[in-house]
Design a protein around this ligand. Structure first.
Ligand code: NCD
Ligand code: ZN
Length: 449
């Protein structure tokens, strides 16, 4: 290889700059120099003798940016002050999440191409990070065209915020077969409403767990067991160790959320702790956490679902389900790594590598050719989570006071979007689709029909 000349920016293959620090590579944390090209991709990893500018972060650790496959940014929606695509992606940037999978249960829901395109137009020029848009396959006549434009499909097996009706049990196998043919990622909210009960006194998370019990998850997973092999299936927010073990055995992708991993029905009593599926018993939470630490749970996702503080301040029975989480997801778990509870490579696989792969994206690992979507983390910088310091307009978090480690720097395509813990103000996040997704077909000329 020819030696690099100093100041070789005119050479097309010369790196634009070098990020030096420590990274977890080949099984251990070691000093690295990451050469980043003008195109925002990682060129090489290792010692580089180049005159390109160097940014040395010393003892801090360089990580791939995370991907959160499950967020609700509520746009379009009735209350853009509680959340919107700009505020949601900004929280993602601060939380070290470089790509979000945005769910279709907006108002109106994303059920056809015009709504999908209207939502995509709202991302442009306002998003701090990249956004993949899921569509709902509820309109049979729109599915085929949606498959050429959307980033994925989301199927709800039970009613939840903004989704009052769900596929009939007899329709589900046919729907899954059709979706398998469309070849996009398909995320499923797996609770079977046939198992739901209406408790007499719905006063807190304990009763919510009884109302939507673990057996609802088990029954929904049973319904999914006949999904065709070609379906790119992913089960959202699994809450039980039995569910995790079952899906692992079946080789199906699934996620666990920070709230189901860290909080139980005993953590809090008010409606901030009301979420679908519900928080479970402390014993179940601990069992799920052990499945996360041993790598049985393949993905981490936040299910960021903010509701206004006033909606959550009210009576538990009437309050909406869901809690914010995109900004705190990675920081909470980085603190568990620092505490020695969770291996760093297990977290990186679940938060960065596997979710990016599932959505067909070239990032999530520190590897040549991947986008330089990177974080710099100082593991000594532990801080308690405080709603007042987060960037969520809803103004509350269920993790108040929990220890967290927020990334100090966040790069998108090799350009800083967060530095010294502050957002730098470029709103260049784009709508992305899986690399394997089919492209819009040129319509055949009429004479050919
Ligand atoms: C979500 C929401 O509010 O959009 N709520 C929730 O409790 N998780 C919807 C959902 O994912 O069920
Ligand atoms: Zn959700």
């Amino acid at each position: 290889m020819a030696p690099h000349r100093a100041g070789g920016a005119e050479r097309p293959d010369a790196p634009a700059w070098i990020l030096a620090g420590r990274a977890f590579l080949r099984g251990r944390l070691q000093p690295v120099e990451i050469a980043i090209g003008e195109d925002g991709r990682i060129q090489s990893i290792g010692r580089s003798r180049t005159g390109a500018p160097r940014h040395d972060v010393g003892e801090a650790v360089i990580l791939p940016a995370a991907t959160d496959v499950h967020v609700h940014f509520r746009e379009p929606g009735p209350d853009p002050r509680t959340e919107n695509l700009a505020t949601g992606t900004l929280q993602a940037a601060y939380g070290g999440v470089g790509l979000v999978g945005e769910m279709p249960n907006t108002e109106p829901p994303v059920t056809d191409v015009p709504r999908l395109e209207a939502k995509a137009a709202r991302v442009r020029g306002r998003a701090a990070v990249d956004v993949l848009l899921y569509a709902s396959p509820s309109d049979p006549t729109a599915r085929g065209r949606l498959a050429e434009r959307a980033g994925g499909f989301k199927v709800y097996l039970s009613p939840t915020t903004g989704i009052p009706s769900v596929p009939d049990p007899t329709e589900l196998p046919g729907l899954l077969r059709e979706l398998a043919g469309l070849d996009l990622p398909v995320a499923v909210h797996a609770e079977d409403p046939a198992e739901f009960t209406v408790p007499e006194h719905l006063v807190g998370p304990r009763e919510w767990d009884l109302a939507r019990p673990p057996s609802a998850e088990a029954a929904a997973l049973e319904r999914l067991a006949s999904a065709p092999a070609g379906l790119r299936l992913h089960v959202a927010h699994v809450t039980t160790a039995a569910g995790a073990d079952r899906l692992r055995r079946a080789g199906v992708s699934f996620e666990a959320t920070p709230h189901h991993l860290l909080l139980s029905e005993r953590t809090g009593t008010d409606a901030r702790f009301k979420v679908n599926p519900p928080l479970r018993s402390e014993q179940e939470r601990a069992a799920l956490w052990s499945r996360f630490c041993d790598g049985t749970v393949p993905l981490l996702a936040s299910d960021h679902a903010p509701h206004s503080a006033s909606a959550k301040d009210g009576e538990f029975a009437r309050a909406p389900s869901g809690m914010p989480g995109v900004e705190t997801m990675l920081p909470l778990l980085l603190a568990r790594v620092r505490a020695g509870d969770l291996p760093l490579p297990t977290l990186l696989a679940a938060a960065c590598d596997r979710p990016a792969r599932w959505l067909g994206q070239a990032h999530g690992r520190i590897a040549p050719g991947h986008r330089a979507n990177l974080l710099v983390v100082d593991f000594r910088a532990r801080t308690p989570v405080a709603a007042a310091r987060l960037h969520a307009p809803c103004g509350w978090t269920a993790f108040e006071g929990w220890e967290a480690i927020f990334p100090r720097e966040h790069y998108r395509d090799g350009r800083a979007i967060v530095r010294h813990g502050e957002f730098e103000g470029r709103l260049e996040g784009e709508v992305v689709r899986p690399e394997f997704a089919r492209r819009p077909e040129a319509r055949p000329p009429r004479s050919a029909e």
